[in-house]
Ligand binder design. Structure first.
Ligand code: URA
Length: 209
């Protein structure tokens, strides 16, 4: 079963409070999401493997550590996932970025892929799918399917806020995908919003509505 990691670093929790506040405007919302994405990138990369290398410092030879293992890929789900990309790239600038766009079919209400552009070597990368909100889990599940269908082998999911319903759906459908959150909220309401949540992440990021 996939693990759920709630990243409870005090800076993440403090900034998330301001992200949630209804009175936070677009500029501050965007900056805070960017900052939290950087902090979450720090936490989500905590377990990356290291290897030893020999180097020369100005003083002596030394055995030092560098990242080993798989390269990273960041996969925002359009459009709200875009708000977390730059924050992550601050810490992992060599990561490649792929995009998955989904829309909701008005009849089936299921997410349908309309745009997918990925790094050519996704099967060799550790992929981090990002979307600020994990609500019903429909989009995250579809995005992960879309990556697996194209050869992805190692995937993590990173969201700001999740509803328990969404977490359960992803865990059921993709038990190999660990989930990283800044907060696990109470529930979904009848309109599909996370409660207490932060409203519509895409609208708040881009100033639409
Ligand atoms: N998507 C959002 O942007 N907000 C929610 O609360 C749920 C889904």
């Amino acid at each position: 079963m996939a693990k759920v990691h709630v990243l409870d670093h005090p800076l993440i929790q403090h900034k998330l409070t301001y992200i949630r506040k209804a009175e936070t405007g677009t500029k501050d919302f965007r900056e805070l999401v960017d900052e939290v994405a950087t902090l979450m990138a720090f936490e989500i990369t905590r377990d990356l493997p290291l290897e030893e290398v020999q180097i020369d410092t100005p003083v002596s030879e030394a055995t030092a550590k560098v990242l080993a293992g798989k390269k990273l890929g960041i996969i925002p789900i359009l459009r709200a996932g875009l708000g977390m990309v730059d924050g992550m790239l601050n810490l992992i600038p060599a990561a490649k970025v792929g995009h998955v766009g989904l829309y909701r079919d008005p009849e089936t209400l299921k997410p349908v892929e309309y745009y997918v552009k990925l790094p050519s070597d996704i099967e060799e990368r550790e992929l981090i799918v990002i979307d600020p909100m994990l609500a019903t889990g429909g989009s995250a599940n579809e995005a992960i399917h879309s990556l697996k269908k194209r050869g992805a082998k190692q995937i993590r999911l990173m969201c700001l806020v999740a509803a328990p319903e969404g977490v359960e759906e992803v865990q059921e459908e993709h038990p190999d995908v660990d989930i990283y959150l800044a907060a696990l909220d109470e529930k979904l309401n009848e309109k599909g919003y996370i409660v207490p949540g932060l409203g519509d992440a895409g609208d708040r990021l881009f100033g639409t509505k």
